[in-house]
Ligand binder design. Structure first.
Ligand code: MOS
Length: 726
């Protein structure tokens, strides 16, 4: 009966995407749409002293130029969901204050995009600017988040071996292919937006709050996302700008951020510094670890990300202390980016473990095995499944770890220094309450709906697989729809929780639907299944039959047609346990081989392998697209991606794809992913643990550790550039 789940099926929406028929946010056709172009501030802090809109307004086709001088005051009712950071969101075009370089200070609305762009270039804004504060060090910080168990200071003092290091990483931008875009349409006091969003409910709630209208009056539509990596979890200022402009002009308005505007108009992974102190015995058993980190945030919101968990649960460390500080700066608010917090912490922790291994002369994999906990050292809960040991063992075998000469700078290939490195990783299995609608029709087909998003993991496909198996239908007779806030509510499409949460709701809905159909059949005197016990009926090939007598049965079509029913329908649901009985994480072991040009310092990744304990793998082909994609992203994070800011005014100097380097084909070698067989029945009804984030955690330290092994040089700052290695 399990035919679709587990199979490496291609995306059901693949053809739509490759033929350009999948509508992304800006692609939706809305009659009479006008175009909004945002004018961005050219100072990094200060106030606007005047805006001259005369020549912009004089351009043909210009409908309106909206600034803080003439914008209607928006209610900005307080709104919180667990993805909105503490603080007060940017109130767009409401006052003369400039909080960061690139802040929206005006929007020009015109009949055509070209007219709007040209007119926007003519808006003349005068500022009273001041130099922005941009440096992590020196600036005052917010109240820290802190955690302690045992006595880390005392344990460090008596440890046989002590190390202390500080790691730094540049700010990274998500740089998805699809730009953030919104089309806003008002019908009286009802607002419809076509928006790039990973959280329909969040966008809906936020827009309702900003305009002080009922949540039900806002509809958010987002059937396709061209990559997001966390940047669509919040509603950003341009979405409000689009809705505001539509209200002022009484026209539907489309706002598409330019590539350049994406560097300050939406979030990014904050730059940070992370100091680690660790102490242990000569065998490498950790007795203490301290984590002190600071990372940037805006002055108006305090972005936080799950940076604390890894330091608490990855290793059996009796004494731990953590202090994490936000540093409020004159920047826009950062946000979650793939493996948020965990990737950040993993770079520091897994580099530090590698330093300890080198110091002690213990094999890095062996060092990790010596510190494996039996239970979660933070919560005390048993792990539902924790198969990191297997990940490490399989990875070592498949990557040829035993052939590695332990001594750094010991392997040479012509002009190149060869290094092999590894890192462990984990990411918590998030789950949230979700609902799904399912309908079985007299034609023998199913329609399943949930208000989810699909930013690339293949949600359309994986949900279709779940439904097809639960109903005994083929993939092509099931249609799964998502991306509309009128559909049943689900959690944010982030934190790798969609499969566990929405998948479980879809499973529940389709299980109920199957039971309904079977009950109808076994209680209908005209059915060949009449009188059979419901539990003896299985579903297959679009119908029901007796388990031990497959010749006896009937199709859904026969059943519903005979009963004069056009369809059966249900709402299914899933809710995570209130009180978790288990500690549930997905685990990763990542391996990298690099070749470093000894004279030029250029690092090339030669091959990578990830081994994952992520519970059930619903579709290995889609899983590969997650895992290999994360390795590519990790190559960028480790070796290339770096936002450069002009200290004088906060301008991001390389706000384009030519100067902000991301990996291209030539940077990407042979990549391989292996998934442990099995599932985690305690995680959720379908046994998945989430994959999209854990694959990112550990990529950067694996590469960084390989660079150390190749060169004997420990660079404690990302990206690792040629300059740093010369
Ligand atoms: Mo992921 S950073 O939660 O989209």
């Amino acid at each position: 009966m399990n035919q679709a789940v587990g199979a490496p099926l291609s995306r059901v929406d693949g053809k739509l995407k490759v033929t350009g028929q999948a509508p992304y946010a800006a692609d939706h056709h809305v009659d009479g749409v006008a175009h909004g172009v945002i004018v961005s501030s050219t100072v990094g802090a200060g106030r606007i002293t005047g805006v001259d809109t005369g020549s912009a307004l004089a351009q043909p086709g210009v409908l309106s130029v909206i600034t803080h001088d003439n914008a209607p005051r928006l209610p900005y009712r307080p709104y919180r969901n667990f993805l909105v950071p503490p603080g007060e969101r940017l109130h767009v075009l409401q006052d003369d204050q400039v909080h960061f370089f690139g802040q929206p200070v005006a929007v020009v609305v015109a009949e055509t995009l070209e007219a709007a762009q040209h007119a926007a270039s003519l808006v003349d804004v005068a500022y009273d600017g001041r130099p922005p504060t941009l440096d992590l060090t020196g600036a005052p910080t917010n109240e820290p988040f802190s955690y302690a168990r045992g006595d880390a200071g005392g344990a460090l003092g008596s440890a046989a071996v002590r190390l202390e290091m500080t790691y730094r990483a540049a700010r990274n931008h998500h740089n998805a292919l699809e730009p953030h875009a919104t089309i806003a349409l008002w019908d009286g006091d009802r607002l419809t937006v076509w928006d790039k969003t990973q959280y329909l409910v969040g966008a809906q709630g936020e827009l309702a709050a900003v305009f002080d209208i009922p949540v039900e009056a806002v509809r958010v539509i987002c059937p396709f996302i061209g990559g997001a990596f966390g940047n669509g979890l919040r509603c950003w200022p341009h979405t409000v700008v689009a809705a505001l402009a539509a209200r002022v002009t009484k026209r539907p308005v489309k706002v598409v951020l330019t590539r350049r505007q994406l560097y300050f108009g939406v979030g990014y992974r904050p730059t940070y510094e992370y100091s680690v102190r660790l102490g242990g015995d000569r065998q490498g058993r950790l007795s203490a670890m301290t984590h002190d980190a600071r990372f940037e945030t805006s002055r108006y919101e305090r972005h936080g990300e799950g940076i604390q968990a890894l330091g608490q649960m990855l290793y059996e460390t009796p004494n731990v202390s953590q202090t994490f500080r936000n540093v409020p700066l004159d920047v826009s608010t950062p946000t979650w980016m793939r493996g948020p917090g965990y990737s950040t912490a993993a770079y520091a922790i897994e580099s530090a473990l590698d330093e300890l291994a080198h110091e002690l002369g213990v094999d890095p994999i062996e060092l990790r095995l010596r510190n494996e906990p039996d239970d979660d050292p933070a919560s005390g809960l048993p792990f539902s499944t924790r198969r990191l040991r297997e990940c490490l063992a399989i990875g070592a075998r498949e990557f040829g770890w035993h052939k590695r000469k332990p001594e750094p700078r010991s392997t040479v290939d012509g002009d190149r220094l060869i290094g092999i490195g590894m890192a462990a990783g984990a990411y918590h299995t998030l789950r949230g309450a979700a609902r799904a609608y399912a309908r079985l029709t007299a034609e023998g087909a199913a329609l399943v709906q949930a208000g989810a998003s699909d930013m690339g993991p293949g949600t359309y496909t994986s949900m279709t697989q779940i439904a097809a198996d639960a109903l005994g239908l083929t993939m092509s007779t099931v249609r799964f729809e998502l991306g509309d806030s009128t559909m049943p509510q689900v959690p944010p499409h982030g934190g790798s929780q969609t499969m566990a949460s929405v998948g479980s709701a879809v499973q529940n809905a389709c299980d109920q639907l199957r039971q309904q159909a079977i009950t109808l059949a076994v209680t209908d005197e005209r059915s060949p299944l009449h009188g059979v016990k419901a539990e003896d009926v299985i579903v297959r090939d679009g119908g029901m039959r007796v388990k031990n007598d497959p010749t006896r049965g009937e199709t859904y079509r026969q059943l519903l047609t005979r009963l004069n029913r056009t369809h059966l329908e249900v709402i299914g649901s899933y809710a995570p346990p209130q009180q978790p009985r288990f500690s549930t994480y997905a685990y990763a072991a990542t391996f990298a081989e690099v070749a470093v040009d000894a004279r030029l310092g250029v690092v090339r990744v030669r091959r990578m392998l990830g081994v994952y304990d992520a519970g059930r793998i619903v579709n290995p082909k889609l899983a590969d697209s997650q895992a290999l994609g994360a390795m590519v992203g990790g190559i960028g994070m480790t070796l290339l991606e770096h936002t450069v800011t002009d200290r004088r005014d906060g301008r991001i100097v390389n706000a384009n794809f030519a100067d902000y380097l991301v990996p291209v084909n030539a940077d990407v070698p042979d990549l391989r992913a292996i998934y442990l067989e099995g599932n985690d029945p305690d995680a959720d009804p379908i046994g998945v643990k989430g994959l999209g984030e854990v694959v990112m955690v550990g990529v950067a330290p694996a590469i960084a550790n390989a660079v150390f092994h190749a060169t004997g040089r420990r660079v404690r700052e990302l990206p690792i550039t040629a300059e740093a290695l010369l």
